[in-house]
Ligand binder design. Structure first.
Ligand code: ADP
Ligand code: ASP
Ligand code: MG
Length: 421
């Protein structure tokens, strides 16, 4: 009996009728003779509501670690509700089903409350239950520290719960059911010209997730890649027996499509800090970036250019939520670093083009820069890897840039010669 993991996101369990609809997908897999684990998110909007409640109870305070521990105790409850409701719906349909909270499913994490990482899953009891024909409905997004406290895995973390169980149980498949019918060439909410992609490599999906495509949590793709989990993204908004191929995330060799660029993403969670007139001598950059590392700020896209005077201007991007922490870490060292002025800018977004085809093709960057220049969009910062190019631009141009690039790389639905997916 093959084991399979199915995950339903927030909109797929948004109310009782959607939960019953999700149960119909589970029924199909159980009737096909599979041992089934279902991972659920909280109802759409519920985690936001719980986060706001916890913040209202006490503003975030790094000095109070009880604050984050107790916030996770609150925030994790959304998934407890949906796991119980789906188990009830399945029982009503005549199946043996049982809900499993993080502590019951033995999903162990570190102590990074609010963004915990999975250390281990002691899945023996759960494996025995599903192999014995019971459907396990696991509350996503939550885990347990070694001293028994509830943690959460960061926003979107139910994807990671699902992939982690698929890896631990050596599941045949991990199917992520959501409100789109697969992974698209760009966020379908930005342009109607976006197309579903039938197959993507783990590497491309990883870049997409970390560069803003929220359809999968980045950590879930990392885990899927490390454990070679057969991952698929598909719709829960169709009839359970409808044709629903979704997008398969797999090894690069198995992706037959020959596109140079596979996707365009936009990340809005960006801010830029510029330090003007830093003395141009060894050790200054090291001082700046070690201060940021000590403050646990992740830095991306670094640019150094000569200032008009003898010094240099250094600018870099960080997650928007870290802006205050990063600014105060640097300002406390103003005399030591010796810069004239710190400028913080929240009105920036990072737009990226991604594709494994870039490894063997030239001209991808020039197409990107020319396309943006034709639209009079100024580029602040640039960063590249083997399979992506990212640019930082003013946030007012985010959608214009995505649409223009989508067209320029022949990804639009109606592009002549485009590969149908
Ligand atoms: P769930 O609640 O099921 O986890 P999410 O909201 O986390 O769903 O992810 C699905 C959403 O991701 C879609 O509604 C879509 O707007 C967004 N999205 C962003 N980029 C992409 C993309 N490239 N392909 C598909 N969906 C994307
Ligand atoms: N409910 C959590 C969130 O909204 C986890 C998830 O949906 O994956 O972030
Ligand atoms: Mg999600």
């Amino acid at each position: 009996m093959a084991r399979i993991v199915m995950k339903f996101g927030g909109t797929s369990v948004a109310d009782m009728s959607r939960i019953r609809h999700a149960a119909e997908f589970v029924r199909r897999e159980a009737d096909a003779g599979h041992a089934v684990v279902v991972v659920v998110s909280a109802m759409a909007g519920e985690t936001n509501r719980l986060v706001a409640l916890a913040e209202d109870a006490g503003p975030p305070d790094p000095a109070l670690d009880a604050r984050s521990i107790e916030a996770d105790a609150v925030i994790a409850t959304g998934e407890q509700v949906t796991s119980g409701l789906l188990a009830i719906a399945l029982q009503k349909m005549g199946y043996r089903a049982r809900s499993w909270q993080g502590w019951q499913a033995r999903l162990k994490t570190d102590r990074a409350f609010g963004r915990a990482r999975i250390l281990d899953i002691e899945a023996e009891a759960l494996a025995a239950a599903i192999d014995g024909g019971e459907i396990a409905v696991v509350a996503g997004f939550q885990g347990l520290t070694d001293d028994g406290r509830i943690t959460t895995l960061g926003r979107g973390g139910s994807d990671t719960t699902a992939v982690a169980f698929a890896a631990a149980l050596k599941a045949l498949r991990c199917d992520i059911y959501t409100d789109v019918d697969g992974v698209y060439t760009t966020d379908p909410r930005i342009t109607k010209m976006a197309r579903r992609t039938s197959k993507l490599s783990y590497e491309e999906m990883l870049e997409m997730a970390s560069l803003g495509a929220k359809v999968l949590q980045t950590r879930s793709v990392e885990l899927a890649m490390a454990y070679r989990v057969n991952l698929r993204v598909l719709s829960s908004f169709v009839a359970p027996d409808a044709d629903n191929p979704g997008t398969i995330i797999c090894d690069e060799e198995e992706t037959m499509e020959q596109r140079i660029v596979s996707a365009i993403t936009v990340s809005r969670d960006e801010a830029r800090i510029s330090l003007l007139n830093v003395p141009d001598e060894p050790g200054r950059a090291a001082r700046i970036f070690s201060a940021l590392a000590a403050a646990a700020v992740n830095v991306d896209m670094i640019i150094q250019s000569p200032a008009r005077t003898s010094g240099a201007n250094i600018s870099f991007t960080i997650p928007e939520g870290d802006l205050e922490r990063a600014s105060s870490a640097i300002e406390s060292l103003k005399t030591e670093i010796g810069y004239d002025k710190l400028i913080a800018d929240r009105e920036v977004v990072k737009v990226s083009v991604i594709g494994v085809g870039m490894r063997s093709h030239t001209g991808v960057a020039s197409t990107m820069f020319q396309t943006l220049a034709d639209r009079k969009i100024n580029i602040h910062n640039i960063s590249t890897s083997e399979i992506k190019i990212s640019v930082l631009i003013h946030s007012e141009y985010a959608e214009l840039a995505v649409r223009a690039l989508h067209q320029a790389y022949g990804l639009d639905r109606d592009a002549i010669g485009a590969t149908p997916s």
